[in-house]
Design a protein around this ligand. Sequence first.
Ligand code: TYC
Length: 104
Amino acid sequence: MPSRQQATPILEKQRAKAKPPALFNVVLLNDDYTPMEFVILILQQFFALNLEAATRVMLAVHTEGRGVCGTYPRDLAASKVNRVKEFARQHQHPLQCVMEENGT
Ligand code: TYC
């Protein structure tokens, strides 16, 4: 059975090794068919951007092919991707959304 003296250094070693939880970028992809107004609506509704910020992100995606909507822990990023894709599908737009681990 371990003594009290052994327990403390082992716990401290575990705490020092613990990594912060990974973060994931939610990324919108450009396409030729989804209306710009619909993308702006998504950015406002699902990512809490105001009209100016949503317009800026939409135009960045439109001109550069992709753009980051927000950065979240894994489960929240996955939920946002699924909700955006389902909303676009319901409105019959081909909008695509993916998540990528944020390396920084
Ligand atoms: N390229 C689209 C258009 O010209 C607009 C658009 C922007 C589509 C961003 C998707 O993620 C997107 N109507």
